[in-house]
Ligand binder design. Structure first.
Ligand code: GDP
Length: 195
């Protein structure tokens, strides 16, 4: 897949604010700071298109990116910030529920975890939530450059087990630093869009 165009479209907290279109969407989920913006930027080969971390407020919103005039990436708010307070937590939950239960053009979710760590309870809950709803989910283990290649399998097995995946080969190792996995993710996205 060649990315010839990528642009930020809009941010939303509720469904009235979602952009109106009929193209497929792929959402990206992960805890705050896992490397979601970096993954998106590397995927679209831009240094700074997704820089939500530095934009006040936007980390708590759904951010829509239009790619190749053909599909959308929807950057979901990282789940770490939900620890802030019960109110914020329920607000986050409602945002997710709203999006996942109403978005008909959602094709799949790319769930991003850190290759070095066993998925957190929140990672596990998000994964379970998606599976129960029958939403296809692709797990990407980012920051793979932090681990020697020969050790990847050992770490991927921990992730597979925590998320109850049948096999660690289902997880895609990725690095926004070195570009590992970018081609494979391009291919996976192409396959999702072709379905
Ligand atoms: P977000 O909050 O999930 O959007 O996370 P960011 O993309 O802002 O990344 C959080 C931190 O992790 C930043 O300091 C990034 O430079 C770093 N980071 C992200 N991806 C990678 C990666 O693949 N490898 C390494 N070594 N660092 C990364």
């Amino acid at each position: 897949m060649i990315i010839h165009k990528a642009e930020y479209t809009t941010s939303a907290v509720n469904r009235n604010q979602y952009p109106e279109h009929s193209e497929p969407e792929i959402a990206l989920a992960g805890r705050s700071n896992v490397g979601k913006s970096s993954l998106i930027n590397k995927f679209i080969n831009r240094k700074n298109l997704a820089r939500t971390g530095n934009t006040p407020g936007k980390t708590r919103m759904l951010n829509f990116y239009h790619i190749n005039d053909a599909f959308y990436f929807v950057d979901l708010p990282g789940y770490g910030y939900a620890k802030v307070s019960k109110d914020v937590h329920s607000q986050w939950g409602k945002m997710m529920e709203d999006y996942f239960s109403t978005r008909e053009n959602l094709r799949a979710v790319i769930q991003i975890v850190d290759i070095r760590h066993k998925p957190s309870l929140e990672d596990q809950e998000m994964h379970g939530f998606l599976r129960i709803r029958g939403i296809p989910v692709l797990v990407v283990a980012t920051k793979a450059d932090k681990i020697a290649r020969g050790q990847w399998a050992k770490y991927l097995k921990v992730i597979a087990e925590a998320l109850e995946l049948p096999d660690w080969h289902f997880i895609l190792p990725y690095s926004a630093e070195t570009g590992t996995g970018v081609e494979e993710l391009h291919q996976a996205v192409e396959e999702i869009l072709a379905e």
